[in-house]
Design a binder for this molecule. Structure first.
Ligand code: NDP
Length: 498
């Protein structure tokens, strides 16, 4: 049995942070497991409703009294840049904590997730330093200006698959536009975000950024339905998204929902074969296959289908699965035992639907008690197969074949989701036609997983509501106020003087 090193025992990371100080929750204890060994590495103390109330009150107090919303752009830019630096200075500890609870591969955490987390702060610092205003003059002698003001106290809900990279987009945007925030990490993966928030609190005024711990159904539900919350930014599954939106809707609280996906990766015979192959592997197996952007349905043109699938399987069988701390590892463990069992249950679905299992489909017993599964691929009988319709959220690829461009478009769009589409072809009319017709918020042409932070990010259909990214975040995290002033003295209206 392989033994993995447990990075640390983070007893000190058991508590939430409210008003800049560590506060021990009053709820029950939740065990935290290291996915690479299945061993318990710590305990989280849940924040109950009164703890959430306290964090929201701390944020409200900071919003009303600390001068944070009114801070000058220059000072805010300096602070956001300091947030970037403090993340980069603490990269080793943050990376260990991220790995500890998520099982994400350390080289990917340090090579992508943490640089992105730091960059999110730099990006919004640059964004606000370039902000423009709106002014309208009309022929009746009035001038109107539009002022953007911070929305207030915002609830930020993060999922477990990539806590640092995803939560920092929310935190950086909320702070850049002058809001105070209460963050709730997933109860499975709290450590890296607790550490991050405590680091940021060394820089920020008291109460500006708070964190509550606990289960979604307890801590999360109380937070998103709270009457004193002005915005809810949620990233997670579609089913939970519906509940969160319903709770926020009862308070008329605006939400953004970044939800699930079942993205089509369409590969035409006219594509650069090697680049399309390389990217197909990356888009389904990086982040241990647990990413909303995964190209999980691989649609390959009939004339290259057999060659493409053979080449994919050869590379898939050579993927290094194992200890997420080891530099050679490419795919780590699944984040929890329950999720591993859920992923494996799709092998039975595939069997029932008449799909063909091409490789993988089982737990890797030699790796001990960790939640490792062999990278898996199936050829689906049709796009109606469960493996083509359900978001599996794991290292599990489903192949389909098509004859014509229109067939590929129709299959790609035949899903409840609409987050991302990938299109591979060197034939310009093909990529133009297909990208125009994709019902998804993002279309990546001849490139995988390339996020432009200035552009809107979000999904069509059940993949989301609203967008994140430069101006989308500005709109979401601010209220617009129109101020109208006559430029010359008013002539009396004489109303009631006749
Ligand atoms: P969940 O929807 O289960 O949970 C997301 C977050 O919501 C967690 O912090 C969870 O807490 C919390 N939560 C659960 N129930 C409630 C509730 N009633 N009220 C408030 N908060 C609640 O998603 P997962 O954590 O399983 O994440 C995986 C999902 O996220 C996938 O579907 C994936 O596609 C999606 N995702 C979407 C992305 C996007 O940008 N579109 C990016 C990354 C992931 P807890 O875990 O403690 O219960």
């Amino acid at each position: 049995m392989t033994q993995f090193q447990i990075p640390i025992t983070p007893a000190e990371y058991a508590t939430g942070l409210s008003n800049g100080a560590a506060i021990k929750g009053t709820g029950s204890e939740i065990p935290i497991f290291y996915p690479a060994t299945g061993q318990q590495v710590g305990t989280l103390i849940e924040d109950g409703p009164q703890d959430v109330d306290r964090a929201v009150a701390a944020a409200r107090q900071a919003f009303n009294m600390s001068g944070w919303p009114e801070l000058s752009v220059e000072k805010r830019v300096e602070l956001l840049e300091a947030c970037e630096r403090i993340i980069l200075e603490n990269i080793d500890e943050l990376a260990r904590l991220e790995c500890l609870a998520t099982g994400l591969v350390m080289t990917q955490i340090k090579g992508f997730h943490l640089p992105r987390a730091a960059y999110n702060f730099r990006f919004f610092a640059q964004y606000i330093s370039q902000a423009c205003g709106e002014r309208y003059d009309n022929t009746d002698g009035y001038m109107s200006t539009v002022k953007r003001e911070p929305a207030g106290v915002v609830a930020l809900i993060a999922p477990w698959n990539a806590p640092l990279a995803l939560a920092t987009m929310k935190i950086a945007a909320a702070l850049a536009f002058g809001n105070c925030a209460v963050l709730k990490p997933s109860e499975q993966t709290p450590y890296s975000l607790i550490k991050l928030v405590s680091l940021l609190n060394e820089l920020l005024p008291e109460g500006v950024l708070n964190l509550v711990n606990g289960r979604g159904a307890v801590t999360g539900a109380h937070l998103v339905g709270h009457a004193a919350i002005d915005r809810v930014s949620f990233t997670g599954g579609t089913v939970t998204g519906r509940e969160v939106m319903a709770a926020a809707g009862r308070q008329l609280t605006p939400c953004t929902m970044e939800l699930g996906g079942k993205s089509a990766n369409i590969i035409f015979a006219s594509a650069d074969f090697d680049k399309a192959l390389d990217s197909a592997l990356l888009s389904i197996f990086s982040t241990n296959g647990q990413q909303c952007l995964a190209g999980s349905r691989i649609l390959v043109e009939e004339t290259i289908f057999d060659n493409f699938v053979d080449a994919f399987l050869a590379r898939m069988s050579r993927l290094k699965v194992g200890d997420p701390m080891a530099v050679e590892t490419e795919v780590g463990p699944i984040a929890s035992k329950t999720h591993m069992e859920r992923i494996l249950s799709f092998v039975d679905h595939a069997d029932q639907d008449g799909d063909e299992l091409l490789g993988g489909g089982h737990r890797i017993e030699e790796l001990g008690e960790g939640y490792f599964i062999k990278p898996t691929a199936v050829t689906a009988k049709s796009n109606a197969s469960t493996v083509c319709q359900a978001e599996i959220f794991g290292p599990f690829a489903s192949f389909l074949t098509f004859k014509t461009e229109e067939e590929a478009i129709s299959m790609a769009n035949d899903t409840e989701f609409g987050l991302v589409s990938y299109v591979w072809s060197d034939h310009l009319p093909t990529v133009m036609n297909v990208s125009e017709k994709m019902r998804s918020g993002i279309v990546w042409v001849n490139t995988p997983l390339t996020r432009e932070l200035r552009a809107p990010f979000g999904g069509y259909k059940n993949s989301g509501v609203g967008r994140e990214g430069g101006h989308s975040c500005e709109e979401f995290y601010t209220e617009e106020k129109t101020i109208t002033i006559p430029k010359t003295p008013l002539t009396p209206f004489q109303f009631g003087m006749k």
